[in-house]
Write a protein that binds this ligand. Structure first.
Ligand code: BDR
Ligand code: CA
Length: 317
């Protein structure tokens, strides 16, 4: 991989999305070409504002931020205020953003970026429902062959689902978009619940971030504490899962992750299992392999990386 790695982040902040954005902006190995807002945890009017709050927290008012689609490719939007709070980023009080939203639509930005960069040089990171990328692929199928790789947070196999017994939130919200993405032929790396349920926000790990002692660290800790309240109750663990930063951590340190290249199909029809990522882990079908399904992470290594990078960001907050 050539350095720095060019990426587009498509995201629905979300406290864990916010941390993923901070991790990317703190890392010189990554060049963020733009950030597109997805509708997911909260509607796109809020996620597109939250992204800009996070960029400003990181001192990066130069980042291009685009609003994307307002709802899934099919059906109506299912949001998760019950997890993330009314703003989507409850837990830290950040000022209203001063930096602008770009006038271009996020889908057009994704298409234009892929069509104007050398094929195989731009990675798409999706941290929410895959609506923007799915829509871009439907509108301009020629982008598929130009994508370096899609790295996404979504799905689950051995851990099951978190919004229904079978489905993880990001895939559940827009299974049609996920199906288009998984079928597009671009290399795919998945960070499913199987991984993200291992990167728990334990008291010790949160304390290490708090010890950075900056207003930025305080905001991060506020988010983590708000976010984990819900999940600690649900899972009975010390801390809750931290999902989306795994996508960025993978780009920085792939050796933290272990998984298997296999076939993954998306269930779009069944009322019972809609949004399930049906991963052929054991190779019991001849369906073509299309995704690297991650299953294990070095969670301490992940938190060491995250904490070290957060320490590099400007201290303001
Ligand atoms: C995913 O759903 C959202 O609530 C989180 O931000 C993460 O992307 C976890 O299922
Ligand atoms: Ca998310």
């Amino acid at each position: 991989t050539k350095m720095p790695q060019k990426i587009i982040i498509d995201t629905d902040p979300g406290q864990d999305d916010a941390l993923a954005i901070l991790l990317a902006l703190a890392s010189p190995e990554i060049e963020v070409l733009g950030i597109t807002a997805a509708a997911g945890n909260v509607p796109v009017a809020l996620t597109s504002k939250n992204i800009r709050k996070v960029c400003e927290l990181a001192g990066r008012t130069d980042v291009k931020v685009f609003a994307g689609c307002e709802g899934p490719m099919e059906g109506s939007l299912f949001t998760a205020e019950y997890v993330h709070g009314a703003t989507g980023m409850d837990g830290a009080d950040l000022p209203e953003p001063g930096m602008p939203l770009q006038p271009q639509h996020g889908v057009d930005f994704i298409i234009e970026t892929l069509m104007t960069h050398e094929p195989g040089t731009v990675t798409i990171c999706t941290l929410g429902p895959m609506t923007n990328l799915g829509t871009a692929l439907a509108r301009e199928p020629a982008i598929a062959a130009r994508i370096q790789q899609i790295v996404l947070m979504g799905g689950g196999l051995f851990e099951g689902g978190n919004v229904t017994p079978a489905a993880e939130f990001n895939i559940f919200v827009d299974p049609k978009a996920a199906k288009i993405c998984f079928g597009c032929g671009a290399p795919i790396v998945m960070m499913p619940l199987d991984v993200t349920h291992q990167t728990l926000t334990t008291a010790k790990r949160v304390a290490a971030i708090k010890a950075l002692g900056t207003p930025l660290a305080d905001a991060v800790v506020g988010w983590l504490e708000f976010f984990e309240r819900f999940d600690e109750q649900k899972y009975g663990t010390d801390g809750g899962p931290l999902h989306d930063p795994n996508v960025i951590a993978y780009l920085l340190k792939p050796e933290l992750y272990e998984g298997r290249f296999c076939n993954v199909e998306i269930e779009t029809d069944s009322a019972l299992t809609k949004g399930m990522t049906v991963a052929d882990w054991w190779g019991v079908t001849t369906r073509p392999k299309n995704a690297t399904f991650m299953r294990h992470v070095d969670a301490d290594g992940f938190y060491a990386l995250l904490t070290e990078r957060l320490a590099r960001l400007p201290a303001k907050g």
